[in-house]
Design a protein around this ligand. Structure first.
Ligand code: IPD
Length: 260
């Protein structure tokens, strides 16, 4: 199969993420329309609508590519290219009107992520990278920070939706991270959290129990911004993910191993 130009893939990812993100923003008045609610999560009518918007952009350009989305999947066993979409990452924030959410679109070929875009519509921030480009925000190159010690670091984390399964372990790890860093934050949208590592406004991100659509685009953006990005598959379909600037990956890994 002919390889597709990386700029063309990235351009499609950007258009898909912006189309979905703008649809969510324009329809914010409908943000509480839910199809399902869970203890620590919610599925919105707009999640599915935004997914369709992103898929439409991709299908118009690449009708034979596969799609793996948080809201549904269009598998195509023969397709080398697969698009990974999280139409609204930070859904709980979005439904409350808290502006920290984004749309994430990545494309991988034979399992390797080639290009990705994270678009935070409320902040008009569009983070992008492909495997041969620098990471950018709104077209300007971004870089991870140079903070060298965890005690001086701002780290973002999240608490798993499956918290009830093992609260002690989650909170022990949370406590260790909080004690070892200058500040630990939970803001609620993994893809956007990771883009803040990429642009150097925080030093690291750690979360256990997240899905490929939460980190596929942002992981590449962190790497292309000079950071380190690690994923550890778990027993279910989820992953433990940590990414940092170039200095702090081993320290975060050590905390991860302490609680594994
Ligand atoms: C969620 C967000 C959140 C993280 C959850 C994710 P969603 O994604 O990224 O920060 O804590 O684990 O599932 O469900 O809003 O797309």
């Amino acid at each position: 199969m002919k390889e597709i130009d990386l700029d063309q893939l990235l351009d499609t990812a950007v258009r898909a993420a912006k189309t979905a993100g703008r649809h969510a923003l324009e329809n914010k008045a409908r943000r509480t329309e839910a199809t399902k609610t869970y203890t620590h999560d919610v599925k919105l009518v707009l999640d599915a609508e935004c997914q369709k918007k992103a898929e439409g952009v991709i299908a118009a350009e690449f009708p034979d590519h596969a799609v793996l989305g948080e809201e549904d999947a269009r598998p195509n066993a023969s397709a080398a290219y697969e698009w990974i979409i999280d139409p609204i990452d930070g859904t709980v924030n979005f439904t409350h009107g808290f502006p920290y959410w984004c749309c994430s679109v990545a494309v991988r070929r034979n399992g390797k992520v080639l290009a990705g875009c994270v678009y935070a519509a409320e902040f008009n921030a569009c983070y992008t990278a492909h495997i041969e480009s620098p990471a950018m925000c709104n077209g300007k190159p971004i870089q991870v920070s140079d903070v060298r010690n965890l005690k001086d670091a701002l780290i973002i984390t999240g608490l798993s939706k499956a918290l009830e399964g093992d609260p002690e372990r989650h909170f022990s790890r949370f406590q260790t991270l909080a004690l070892k860093t200058q500040k630990l934050r939970i803001v609620g949208a993994a893809a956007l959290d990771m883009c803040h590592v990429a642009n150097g406004t925080c030093e690291g991100f750690y979360e256990s129990g997240i899905y490929v659509w939460d980190f596929a685009a942002a992981g590449l953006i962190v790497e292309r911004a000079g950071g380190a990005f690690s994923i550890v598959p778990r027993r279910d379909d989820t992953f433990t993910v940590f990414c940092t600037n170039a200095h702090l990956n081993n320290e975060i890994r050590a905390i991860h191993e302490q609680f594994s």
